[in-house]
Design a protein around this ligand. Structure first.
Ligand SMILES: Nc1ncnc2c1ncn2[C@@H]1O[C@H](COP(=O)(O)OP(=O)(O)OP(=O)(O)O)[C@@H](O)[C@H]1O
Length: 246
């Protein structure tokens, strides 16, 4: 199986002693990988390093064979991402926001813009200015932007932030559609245990800055019936639960 993302010995500690410690993960082509952990576990820290927003103290990340710390542009060439806030030009419509972005990608035409607006449930708001959008609509537009260029790898930090139930279902369908039809590999962080169970085919549990385990979703459900049972069991095996993913 082709390794698309390799996270090797990744370490970053903040002044307060928190952070991530010696993270190791391999993500394979076509994976919808769920990076599951409670608040403060270290998910955003790892993903900021993966997308070059902060530098690690130790270790590295390779995406499609290129080091993020040494060959940043090559590593990110085929990556779409949404980390923390979904930014947009407030005085432009959803369509015009994506048209601006499309200028950087020669293969992206108006048909593709409509396609990603449809996939994210935003087609009906195509001509509305983003300043009028709710948090969930901004998030959907951010997700449309992340997949616009048909990236081979998509890195999403808490993609369901601000989304209602319909939004969660739309985005889950979009992720599964792109993984199947465009062989896109997804790396998705979340503390929403139920959604990770329904969306992801492999799951890594991160807790207090350390990876506890990585397992196929099918195997987890076969052995533990629910992802929640597995999560609690993994956390208890590695130390008591002091907070829980919900
Ligand atoms: N800039 C910073 N300075 C100091 N501590 C930080 C900084 N950024 C994060 N931390 C700490 O590092 C730990 C990991 O934070 P991180 O944001 O990576 O967690 P997370 O898993 O993404 O959490 P959440 O689900 O709440 O977004 C937390 O304990 C947090 O308080």
């Amino acid at each position: 199986m082709e390794k698309v993302i390799e996270i090797m010995n990744l370490t970053k500690s903040y002044g307060n002693g928190r952070g991530i410690y010696d993270l190791n993960l391999d993500i394979y082509k076509g994976d919808i990988f769920g990076f599951l952990g409670p608040n403060g576990a270290g998910k955003t820290t790892a993903m900021k390093i993966m997308t070059g927003l902060i530098r690690p103290e130790q270790g590295d990340v390779r995406i499609l064979g290129h080091s993020v710390t040494e060959e940043y542009e090559k590593a990110m060439a085929k990556v779409g991402c949404l980390i923390e806030i979904a930014e947009s030009y407030h005085y432009l419509s959803a369509f015009d926001n994506l048209r601006q972005l499309a200028r950087y990608y020669p293969g992206v035409d108006h048909k593709r813009i409509d396609e990603v607006l449809e996939l994210t449930g935003m087609l009906k708001f195509k001509h509305e200015k983003s300043k009028k959008f709710s948090l969930g609509m901004k998030q959907r537009l951010g997700l449309a932007a992340a997949v616009l260029s048909r990236p081979q790898v998509v890195i999403l930090d808490e993609p369901l932030n601000g989304l209602d139930v319909e939004g969660m279902i739309d985005i889950r369908k979009m992720i599964q559609h792109l993984a199947e039809k465009e062989q896109t590999t997804f790396f998705i962080s979340s503390h929403l245990i139920h959604d990770v169970e329904l969306t992801c085919n492999r799951i890594g549990v991160i807790y207090n800055g350390k990876i506890l385990n990585v397992e196929n979703t099918q195997t987890i459900l076969k052995n533990y019936a629910t992802l929640e049972n597995y999560f609690v069991s993994e956390v208890e095996r590695n130390g008591r639960v002091s907070s829980s993913a919900s």
